[in-house]
Design a protein around this ligand. Sequence first.
Ligand code: TUI
Length: 315
Amino acid sequence: MFENNPICKLLNIKYPIFQGGMAWLGTAELATAVSNAGGLGIIGAGHMPPDLLRAEIQKVKQWTDKPFGVNIMLMSPFVKEVIQVVLDERVPVVTTGAGNPGEYIPAFKEIGTKVIPVVASVALAKRLARTGVDALIAEGTESGGHVGEITTMTLVPQVVDAVDIPVIAAGGIADARGMMAAFALGAQGVQMGSRFVVSSECIAHENYKKLVLRAKDRSTVVTGRSTGHPVRVIANKLTRKFDELEKANAPVEEIEKLGAGGLNLAARKGDVEMGSVMIGQIAGMLNEIKPVQEIIDDIVNNLAKVMESTQNICK
Ligand code: TUI
């Protein structure tokens, strides 16, 4: 299975399943579990100071000999230092989010680190494909956290048509049906964040996990459009305050101050009323906390069944 999959061949992994590099939640523990289960575990650097990131990378190296990645959040105040750490540690795979990594690509290419940026538009996909990146993650607006405007269903085939490198689909995928749908759209792999938030190995506070398990299809909203950094989160007291400020045309700084530290507050401290509970729209389908190995095995084992039922209705 997946012997001919270009993503598996490129990265030397068993299954073309990435764990989204989530800030505060994509820890060494989660990344190790995903890599050990045959996917690609990814440490979410978020706004992490460089020394902390180095420690996380070293933990993963100690706990697994499988390939893993680091997601570099390009809006981090430490972005330059974080990149140096990733270069020093010769991390096998780098994904990037929330910006254009163009200027940093040559340094990674030089040492053989595979570079796989996240894009939310065809324009950025085309621009980056020309810089020699190894693959792209096309992330639809269904996903949690920082989001673009285009849905996975419409973004993936348009990116696939626009570039000649492998594409990984992200946003709204959490089971074998989603994975097969991504393949049908022309993607060669998937990235999942929300599904791994409600895993046994994810260190999210239990209040966070409980809220995700209780979430329905319409439980998330996008806040911060007026700041230029729209973020998908579960609606709560914080998002209602955001709405009030945005309606009152409050200064961007005031709105951003309200959101600062919000993910840590929810994910680690468990304040899911005034914190940012970042999660994708697929949260409505997530009803169970499972070990990472089981999550990945279930998906892989159900692919054939999904394919069969797809073929049946096409006969
Ligand atoms: O980056 C993510 N998801 C994230 S980052 C994050 S931390 C954060 N905290 C507060 C405010 C904002 C972020 C939480 N979740 N996903 C990857 C992603 N990248 N989605 C969308 C994009 C993106 C958006 C615009 C990539 C590039 C881009 O434009 C760059 C350009 O030059 O066109």
